[in-house]
Design a protein around this ligand. Structure first.
Ligand SMILES: [Ca+2]
Ligand SMILES: [Ca+2]
Length: 272
């Protein structure tokens, strides 16, 4: 395993555990009723998303942290672009050539023992053969990226860096917006994509994520290249695992956007 966490293991990692897909999880009725509750209790739902929130990068043309913690990122390159709702200037475009948001100043906070990362991404097609990093903390640490073969990869390093835990699959270099939620709870790595459980992997050695150095970035593999090509939006870091309703809530945050803007077209997406 190289310290990038990409490519062929080179012997540094003691074990590699790759989980199996568990199929789709259909939003259940209780959740739907919960979401309907948004109409009358939006502030309650919104407050749930702030529990354990370390940082929230809306990437509305900048690297500001809107969590209230002041963990603002330093933006290099990038171009404001449309988000998944076609709202202009509400996401960042990364050209694959030196564009990234540098978060190392806040590495102490952004390198928790357990974590959840939620992010929207739109990976450009035609970039196969390259790794496109969505979020990375290295050395070791964690990452969410599009692989050379266009799969979505999520991984953490634990047990002092001796164990590499990864989930991987699909083809996401498709010019479409997708939402990924990566969680590590000390035992299991869980990846949700577009509001459903995608894959899990259980570690041999439980424990905190292992970090060395402070290289945390959006759109780059920490301080080691693998620049993202496409757009990234709404990156959230939590210092805890989210439960399934919360994961679903992150994805369906568009409902909250609809509530705010009066566009309820997305409501059909949770028809039971
Ligand atoms: Ca945004
Ligand atoms: Ca550039």
């Amino acid at each position: 395993m190289d310290d990038q966490g990409h490519g062929v293991p080179l012997g540094l990692g003691r074990t590699i555990r790759v989980g199996q897909p568990k199929g789709d999880v259909v939003p259940n009725r209780s959740w739907i009723m919960c979401m309907l509750g948004v109409v009358v209790s939006l502030p309650l739902l919104a407050s749930d998303f702030s529990s354990g929130l370390i940082a929230h990068y809306r990437l509305d043309g900048d690297g500001q942290d809107s969590s209230g913690a002041g963990r603002h990122g330093q933006v290099f390159g990038t171009t404001p672009t449309t988000d998944r709702h076609s709202a202009s200037g509400r996401a960042l475009e990364f050209d694959g050539d030196g564009d990234y948001v540098w978060l190392a100043t806040h590495a102490v906070a952004l390198q928790p023992a357990e974590l959840t990362i939620g992010a929207w991404f739109r990976a450009d097609s035609g970039e196969s053969g390259l790794v496109s990093s969505i979020v990375r903390s290295r050395l070791y640490g964690y990452y969410l990226s599009i692989s050379e073969s266009d799969s979505l990869d999520a991984a953490v390093f634990v047990d002092g860096g001796n164990e590499f835990v990864q989930v991987s699959g699909g083809n996401f270099r498709d010019d479409q917006w997708h939402h990924a939620t990566l969680s590590w709870n000390g035992i299991e790595l869980v990846l949700w994509v577009d509001g459903v459980l995608f894959e899990t992997a259980t570690a041999v050695a439980s424990g905190p994520i292992h970090y060395e150095e402070a290289a945390v970035a959006i759109g780059r593999d920490g301080d080691a290249g693998w620049y993202f090509v496409g757009a990234i939006d709404e990156v959230r870091f939590y210092d805890r695992e989210l439960d399934d309703d919360e994961r679903l809530g992150l994805y369906h945050e568009l409902l909250i956007d609809g509530w705010e803007t009066g566009d309820f077209s997305a409501w059909s997406s949770i028809t039971p």
